[in-house]
Write a protein that binds this ligand. Structure first.
Ligand code: PSV
Ligand code: MN
Ligand code: MN
Length: 396
């Protein structure tokens, strides 16, 4: 089924201004613990990663900001990096902290029993907040690699209490326009227990902090079979869904292209975001309360097209989720028409919006087919010939 011109025209205004933040680390070389493959043309500097993100935005109009990871993206002058980004037509977005690559953090960072190590981890977050002041970023995103491997190894309750204390100290320094966003992940790198394993723990921790502390839902961080759209619904209902890290996974935390593994799941998630009022600009400055971000890497495919494909997948599935006839759905639900309601839902999911989206992009001065346009642009070949010498960036 394809869309009738009418129904696409109805939803098109809602696609206007959709923004999906790109992770700087998607533009560095990445891999598994078995091998990181180098690829020609890969960014050698933070500035080149930002330039690659700007290229994705140029071809899609969907990715106006790029998230940084500290210290992976540490530079001397963040003001200059901000100007560099703005010159390229993008801004610097979420700042991600990193407390997982330092020997001191082997047994924990914000949860560590040693107050000196906890303070070191807190100071790192203060440094991230300073970076945010220079970049104009709104969100400090915290993903913690903390936990234990063996039953009895650690005092679960003590760690949770220390986490609450450390987060409160960080939150005290979060500015009135800034947010603290706490991500959860059910396992890895700790294999027995993780200190922030699920949305409930993240919710409990951020609720204790205050209004500007919210939850990040990374789609790849749930046990197989988890009903992620239910989590989306609940966090929106509680006013605590701050952001998404979009990606796909088949087994564990694969960070594959969003919408590649289970497009229907992406549809269901986006439907709940829309249904719960989390879609679209909610603030006067055009920012949304629920930030869409990618958290992906491209180990074997080209990185810029990988990111282009990803934001297009989100756009396409957003369009399909917007097409759900909510009135008909509600009527069927309230009438107890099980199959009728299901059909309304599936009709939207089964709608092919690609031709309409292509025409709509063209009408806005964008390439109708960004993947094809990029492939035909010669940009990749240019990167491969100009980016010689130096050391390619890698995300570990
Ligand atoms: C590790 O699982 C992870 O993928 C988290 O999802 C973070 O968001 C990301 O790394 C960057 O720190
Ligand atoms: Mn993530
Ligand atoms: Mn992850």
């Amino acid at each position: 089924m394809s869309t009738s011109a009418d129904s696409f025209a109805r939803i098109a205004p809602q696609l206007e201004g959709q923004a999906i933040e790109l992770p700087s680390w998607a533009f560095g070389n990445s891999g598994t613990r078995f091998k990181v493959f180098g690829s020609p043309g890969t960014a050698r500097t933070v500035e080149e990663k930002v330039a690659d993100a700007a290229t994705v935005h140029r071809f899609t109009g969907l990715a106006p900001s790029v998230a940084l990871h500290i210290p992976w993206d540490l530079v001397d002058d963040f003001g200059a990096l901000r100007r560099h980004a703005e010159d390229l037509g993008v801004s610097l977005g979420t700042i991600n902290s990193n407390t997982f690559q330092d020997d001191d953090y082997k047994l924990g960072a914000l949860t560590h029993t040693d107050p000196k190590i906890r303070q070191k981890a807190i100071d790192h977050h203060f440094e991230c907040l300073d970076v945010m002041d220079a970049t104009g970023s709104r969100d400090l995103k915290i993903w913690l690699a903390e936990g234990s491997n063996y039953p009895g190894q650690a005092d679960l309750r003590g760690r949770q209490d220390r986490l609450a204390e450390s987060l409160a100290t960080i939150y005290d320094r979060v500015g009135p326009e800034q947010r603290l966003v706490l991500e959860y992940k059910f396992f890895e790198p700790a294999f027995y227990h993780t200190d922030v394993p699920d949305w409930g723990t993240s919710y409990a921790q951020v609720s204790a902090l205050g209004e500007r502390a919210v939850v990040c839902l990374d789609t790849g961080h749930h046990a197989p079979g988890t009903n992620i759209e239910f989590v989306v619904m609940q966090l929106l209902r509680l006013g605590k869904l701050g952001s998404f890290d979009f990606n796909s996974r088949f087994y564990a935390d694969d960070d594959l292209i969003v919408g590649a593994a289970d497009p229907f799941q992406l549809f269901r998630i986006l439907f709940e975001v829309i249904r719960g009022g989390g879609y679209g600009p909610a603030n006067p400055d055009g920012t949304s309360e629920v930030a869409f971000m990618l958290d992906q890497c491209h180990n074997i495919e080209q990185k810029i097209p990988g990111q282009i494909r990803s934001v297009l997948n989100v756009q396409e599935m957003t369009a399909r989720a917007l097409l759900v006839d909510r009135d008909a759905l509600l009527a069927a639900q309230e009438a107890g028409d099980v199959l009728g309601a299901h059909e309304v839902f599936m009709d939207a999911f089964s709608t092919d919006v690609r031709a309409d989206l292509a025409a709509w992009r063209e009408s806005r001065g964008l390439p109708a087919h960004p993947m094809r346009a990029y492939a035909g642009s010669g940009h990749q070949a240019e990167l491969e010939t100009t980016r010689v010498g130096g050391t390619q960036m890698s995300w570990t």
